[in-house]
Design a protein around this ligand. Structure first.
Ligand SMILES: Cc1cc2nc3c(=O)[nH]c(=O)nc-3n(C[C@H](O)[C@H](O)[C@H](O)COP(=O)(O)O)c2cc1C
Length: 212
């Protein structure tokens, strides 16, 4: 009996040692398939440019799924799916950036191929995405993360993230949403909260919500 108990105990300890961290284990575990993005309509481009601005005051109202779908597609979705090419350019088409969505219900990774959000963690990490108080309660904080194995030039990753961010700005202007791109966050604590590996670098965050 004692022998079996010891074996079970060793098994439990080994499982603890070899269980991958949350971020590595969770993608794919739970998927929020988004409705197809509405790829037509919206505000005329010149009007959206006229309205583009940064906002820092948001209501807590959550974004409807269709709005989230359109927003993520506009940000970094495939607009030429047959070639796996996207709404934003990237240096040498390396596509090293991942877009994460920190929502009240948890942290998700945007999967452009499936046009879905893959659950990374059920924890609400919005407060870790920045040092300004509105990040805690705004419904969505996007996090742009570079994979240094795909792109070793940080300059390129900052430029590439800028294009994604501007897509979000223009979409928000068109939809009457508020947004602000942010470089002011604690990289170390956010990196840890997201469970990212050493080869991942957080480039920018961007808050989205209905303006107050
Ligand atoms: C790379 C970058 C980082 C920024 N970081 C922050 C930030 O951490 N917090 C913030 O409130 N605004 C941030 N902003 C927004 C700028 O303050 C804003 O774009 C600027 O004041 C001009 O205002 P506008 O966007 O309304 O034209 C950032 C903008 C850029 C391009």
């Amino acid at each position: 009996m004692k022998k079996y108990f010891a074996l079970i105990l060793i098994g439990v300890i080994m499982m603890g040692l070899f269980t991958p961290n949350k971020a590595a284990a969770a993608p794919g575990a739970e998927t929020l398939v988004l409705p197809a993005p509405e790829r037509q309509g919206g505000m005329p481009l010149m009007e959206a440019l006229d309205k583009r601005m940064s906002s820092r005051s948001f209501t807590q109202e959550e974004l409807p799924e269709q709005v989230l779908s359109n927003l993520l597609w506009a940000a970094w979705g495939y607009n030429r799916a047959d070639q796996k090419k996207r709404t934003a350019p990237s240096s040498m088409n390396k596509q090293e950036l991942s877009v994460y969505a920190a929502l009240k219900s948890g942290l998700y990774l945007y999967d452009a191929e499936a046009h879905a959000l893959q659950l990374v963690s059920g924890e609400d990490i919005r407060s870790k995405t920045g040092s300004q108080p509105f990040v805690n309660s705004a419904p969505l904080n996007l996090i742009f993360v570079a994979d240094s194995k795909k792109q070793n030039s940080l300059t390129s990753s900052y430029a590439n993230a800028g294009f994604i961010s501007q897509n979000v700005y223009l979409f928000c202007a068109s939809e009457g949403l508020g947004t602000v791109v942010r470089g002011w966050f604690n990289e170390k604590s956010l990196h840890q909260a997201m469970g990212l590996g050493k080869d991942r670098k957080i480039i920018l965050c961007q808050t989205v919500g209905y303006p107050k």
